[in-house]
Design a protein around this ligand. Structure first.
Ligand code: MG
Length: 384
């Protein structure tokens, strides 16, 4: 029986994780849950999974939560401290992080410090602080098991092989809803268009990131940290999202992982690793799929992709700045404060205005993150 802490239980990854746990009650038990602010769903989850600890990030809503579950024997915590308690629960074997955005960093670091294996869906943790996160994992010999479908694919394709034998990683991208749009069409994209992803059902932040291909840019950075900073990563657009990524080895052999586009598959793998458990999900029907297609990414129509690659090349605090600027710009687009094409433009300007400095400690990341948020907000106010 694996004992699990889940961070971000009411988000898309959290809900899928609980679904996997519910389908395998003999294998998994939830000991601690944390959520952001969705009190209704969180209360339902607590009632169903009976964790020892439940932490709600939004401290203003804690009393409401306590009221809803007053008949249950559960310790209710709040804020960042609550998330850290969930991440470091002494009896837990695996911490699953499905938190959205840079809020995932602190609990992830604490989980690794406490020697927990980390099943990681929150890509920002590695994007903004990869170097520090890997150092913590090394110190306590804890393992990071990727949940992001592409990185799970690479992790699975690598199974049993030496990382040094990788020639390159081939990271697949669906291309998002605007894959076939012309530059002109990209000028007039509205929020509802961008929220409509062809293959994956996800939260709104990551759906916008998929449409700009910033998601693939963040995954490029994530792959570098997980599978070797010197390992070349090639991005290929594969519209059907059936091959979730590939590794080319030094002998030119390519290993790919395929499957239906359903996050429960990589989640189940991360939870069962190094074993595999039966999943009651539909098999991939290749004959029905028919064709799998591949094309090179277009950096002109998707400038965010290049910005992310540049940020990783520059290194130091630049990926953290890229990520924070993106978070603010995406929220501004969702709030209809800026047009779609300004997401990339704002990130470019913020990166230009930043002097990257080394990452020696967590505070360096938090400072860069804070600076970039303020700078992006300032630019939005000045230019819109
Ligand atoms: Mg992904």
């Amino acid at each position: 029986m694996k004992k699990i802490s889940l961070l971000g239980s009411t988000g898309s990854i959290g809900v899928s994780t609980l679904d996997v746990v519910e389908r395998n009650p003999e294998s998994f038990q939830i000991l601690a849950l944390s959520a952001g602010s969705n009190v209704d769903l969180f209360a339902e989850q607590i009632r169903k999974f009976k964790p020892q600890i439940a932490a709600l990030f939004d401290s203003k809503k804690v009393s409401l939560l306590k009221e809803k579950i007053s008949d249950l024997d559960v310790e209710v915590l709040s804020g960042e401290k609550g998330m850290v308690s969930v991440a470091t629960h002494p009896e837990v074997d695996v911490v699953v992080s499905g938190v959205v955005g840079s809020a995932g960093l602190l609990p992830a670091i604490h989980a690794l410090k406490a020697g927990k294996n980390l099943a990681l869906a929150n890509k920002e943790t590695l994007v903004i602080a990869g170097e520090l996160v890997l150092k913590e994992a090394e110190k306590t010999n804890s393992q990071i098991i990727p949940i992001d479908s592409e990185h799970s694919a690479i992790f699975q394709a690598l199974n049993g092989e030496k990382q040094e034998r990788i020639k390159k990683i081939i990271l697949t991208a669906s291309g998002g809803p605007f894959r076939t749009y012309s530059l002109d069409q990209m000028e007039n994209i509205k929020v509802k268009d961008a929220l409509n992803h062809p293959n994956w059902d996800m939260g709104s932040k990551i759906t916008i990131d998929s449409s700009t291909m910033m998601n693939k840019g963040l995954e490029y950075i994530e792959a570098k940290w997980l599978f070797g900073i010197e390992t070349p990563v090639e991005i290929i657009v594969h519209a059907q999202s059936i091959i979730h990524s590939m590794i080319e080895f030094v002998d030119t052999s390519i290993m790919a992982q395929l499957g239906i586009p359903d996050m429960r598959v990589p989640i189940a793998y991360a939870l069962s690793y190094p074993d595999r458990f039966e999943c009651d999900l539909p098999s991939l029907d290749l004959a029905t799929m028919g064709n799998l297609t591949f094309e090179a990414p277009d950096f002109e129509r998707f400038p965010c992709l290049q910005l992310a690659i540049d940020a990783m090349d520059i290194g130091k605090t630049m990926p953290a700045v890229l990520n924070a600027a993106n978070e603010i710009a995406v929220q501004a687009f969702l709030d209809e404060l800026i047009p779609y094409k300004d997401i990339a433009e704002l990130i470019r300007m913020v990166m230009q205005n930043h002097s990257p400095s080394p990452l020696n400690e967590l505070q360096d990341v938090l400072d860069a993150d804070q600076w970039a948020r303020e700078e992006t907000t300032k630019l939005i106010t000045v230019t819109h």
